[in-house]
Write a protein that binds this ligand. Structure first.
Ligand code: SF4
Ligand code: SF4
Length: 348
């Protein structure tokens, strides 16, 4: 991977130069939070952490028409725009990498692929706050899934080129770039140490697949289910949640139909309902258990890593304060305590 230096004073001209590759989107302030918006790059917040909705919205929108029926035939419907998305942090990029695997591995999704093909992804480094735990999920660094990545070292940036698309982009902007010196490398190493020490939260995911599997009948799920509102916020804001549903909108006068895809959630009551009205997961506790099992067990066995990248969005957004860290800690404590109790009984 090639790396260059970008002086601070060249940052905005460089960013504006990227506009020739598509609409430029980046993180801007909205109330107390951040959102990705198509804005003047001068308004982009370089210190922004998690946006309310992750960058997955650029690839599979919250709601989109995927097929149109007219004059007796169905046609695929794409709404593709050339875009440059700036400001994706390592956790976000790792989340997108999980998303990418899901939408390309077994059944490649043409809508996802088209959107991806038309997007230039520009990552940005960050400093954690009290809800970030990507260091613990091993997603605080990233080495694939971006075209360009900027590490902010205050007076300058290091610019990493992550793909042929990134190479093409900088070819037209090389006037802003310089070779990296030993001092730049030393500054980067010092920054990395400072950043790694800044994490306040920790989560121990070691052995979680077994712990969650053995916790199938734990009362912890009931407690969470009692508090949960089934609002689905945790799943909508999670960068690795991929569930969607399909619906047909029929215009009887025109004999036309739109097939819509929209984000859906495994915590919704109707999610596990089948024909005849039977619901496999009537209880909220069962639906939450499915979410955690999918993230910490299913994904682990299929892809070798959990489907949590430590972005803290679900912690920041849950209206009743259900917190993935507390759940993992409680399950671990319950299983460890039960284990020690068994050992004591055996030794008695
Ligand atoms: S489970 Fe929560 S912390 Fe983990 S990736 Fe999803 S939203 Fe982020
Ligand atoms: S955000 Fe909280 S209340 Fe809403 S579905 Fe998720 S866990 Fe339940």
């Amino acid at each position: 991977m090639r790396v260059f230096k970008l002086k601070r004073e060249n940052f905005l001209p460089f960013l504006k130069g990227l506009e020739k590759f598509g609409e430029l989107w980046g993180p801007v302030k909205k109330g107390e939070n951040y959102v990705y918006a198509k804005e003047d790059p001068e308004k982009f917040e370089l210190k922004a952490l998690r946006t309310i909705i992750p960058a997955k919205k650029f690839f599979i929108p919250k709601n989109s028409t995927i097929l149109k029926f007219k004059n007796g035939e169905w046609k695929e419907h794409y709404e593709v725009r050339k875009r440059v998305i700036f400001g994706l942090h390592p956790c976000e990029l790792n989340g997108l990498n999980i998303y990418h695997r899901f939408y390309t591995r077994l059944y490649p999704d043409p809508y996802y692929l088209k959107a991806r093909e038309n997007t230039l992804i520009v990552g940005l480094s960050c400093m954690p706050d009290d809800k970030c735990f990507c260091f613990a999920t091993k997603t605080s660094t990233v080495d694939e899934g971006f075209d360009l990545f900027l590490t902010d070292l205050e007076d300058k940036f290091l610019l990493w080129i992550g793909s042929p698309k990134g190479e093409d982009a900088i070819r037209t902007l090389s006037e802003f770039l310089e070779e990296v010196s030993q001092k730049d490398i030393d500054d980067y190493i010092a920054w990395r140490k400072r950043r790694d020490r800044a994490f306040k939260l920790d989560i121990d995911l070691e052995g979680m697949p077994e712990i969650v599997t053995f916790s199938y009948d734990s009362p912890i799920w009931e407690k969470m289910g009692d508090a949960c509102l089934s609002c689905g916020t945790c799943t909508m804001v999670c960068p690795t949640c991929t569930c969607f549903d399909i619906d047909d909108e029929y215009d009887i006068r025109q004999d036309e139909m739109n097939r819509q895809r929209f984000w859906y959630s495994c915590v919704f009551r109707e999610y596990s309902m089948v024909a005849g009205g039977h619901n496999f997961r009537e209880a909220k506790s069962e639906r939450l258990k499915l979410w955690y099992t999918h993230k910490l067990v299913g994904f682990m066995s299929e892809y070798g890593s959990p489907a949590c990248v430590g972005c803290g969005r679900c912690i920041a957004s849950c209206p009743v304060g259900i917190n993935v860290l507390s759940v993992v800690k409680a399950l671990r404590k319950e299983k460890t305590d039960a284990f020690w109790k068994r050992v004591e009984v055996k030794n008695a």
